[in-house]
Write a protein that binds this ligand. Structure first.
Ligand SMILES: [Fe+2]
Length: 299
């Protein structure tokens, strides 16, 4: 198992809101948006039926942005790829071919985050004169190893909306944002980036789905910085500790199997190997404890 706790660089620190109370949306959603989202017939989501995946035409690699060997995959970000109905699609295969590593949804409470920005009393395109490179969020690292950003609204009359990546050498590289029905995948936990503001449209609705590696032996450096301020803390911490304990359980079982194999093949016990494994788990548990900071109840 590739336990490399002692030799690898520490993951970037994620800076986020330090508020102790969950933040609620600044304005209520316009009624027109709620009415427009109503569906006549409720249908259970079926990836095979409702998604039409085709692989991205290109990807940006970690090497290209000066981060070779960092993170959990050699892929930094994908170009936008279609993710709209209909046709068949192998969802987990899709994730692998885009991200370069097999991923699973972070945990149940974190299925997705929908960002809705609506322009009030304003005509589309009225502020084209503004500087289009203004950032929607400052430079940051994400809390999740990978995220998939899917665009749900029509942004064809908007300008901007790209993601800017800053390399360790200080160079800025822009990657194209998704259009309606398409998605991008980015290894945001390890890449300093910011979303550039999209200017011109009336509404912009995107869905951010967080992922972590499926293989329990791959390091997991997920943090809750981004989630804490917008979540019901009790459910958030339950989901987080639940998956962390399962991950630890999987790791311990894998390690016991490996140890049994060593005995069966009559190889000597390795102190450095076992110590490295145990240290990694201490580190993992300490990182888990560090996430459990007090948060006040949501209103
Ligand atoms: Fe981000």
């Amino acid at each position: 198992m590739p336990y490399i706790a002692d030799s690898r660089p520490a993951p970037p620190t994620v800076i986020g809101p330090a508020t102790k109370k969950a933040t609620r949306p600044s304005d209520p959603l316009p009624q027109s948006l709620i009415d427009g989202a109503r569906v006549a017939k409720k249908e259970v989501f079926d990836a095979g039926k409702h998604l039409n995946f085709s692989p991205p035409k290109g990807v940006t690699t970690m090497k290209e942005i000066g981060l070779d060997g960092r993170g959990i995959s050699p892929i930094a970000a994908s170009e936008p790829f279609p993710l709209s109905p209909p046709k068949q699609s192998g969802k987990s295969e899709a994730k692998y071919s885009v991200a370069g590593v097999d991923l699973v949804q972070a945990f149940d409470y974190e299925i997705a985050n929908i960002n809705i920005s609506v322009k009030k009393d304003c005509v589309a395109g009225s502020d084209y004169k503004q500087e289009p490179d203004v950032s929607a969020f400052a430079w940051h690292y994400d809390s999740f190893p990978f995220v998939c950003v899917t665009m749900l609204s029509d942004c064809s009359n908007m300008v901007g909306g790209e993601t800017a990546i800053r390399t360790p050498a200080g160079d800025i590289k822009k990657i194209r944002g998704p259009e309606m029905g398409t998605a991008v995948v980015i290894q945001g936990r390890y890449i300093e980036h910011q979303a550039l503001k999209a200017i011109g449209g009336l509404e912009r609705i995107s869905m951010v789905t967080p992922f972590r590696p499926r293989d329990p032996s791959i390091r997991d450096e997920l943090v809750l910085t981004g989630s804490r301020a917008i979540s019901n803390w009790s459910e958030l911490y339950h989901g987080f500790t639940g998956y962390r304990l399962e991950l630890l359980e999987d790791r311990l079982r894998l390690k016991m199997k490996e140890e049994q194999k060593r005995v069966d093949t009559k190889r000597p016990f390795s102190i450095p190997n076992m110590t490295a494994f145990l240290r990694e788990q201490i580190f993992f548990l300490e990182a888990t404890v560090a996430e459990l900071t007090p948060v006040e109840e949501m209103d």
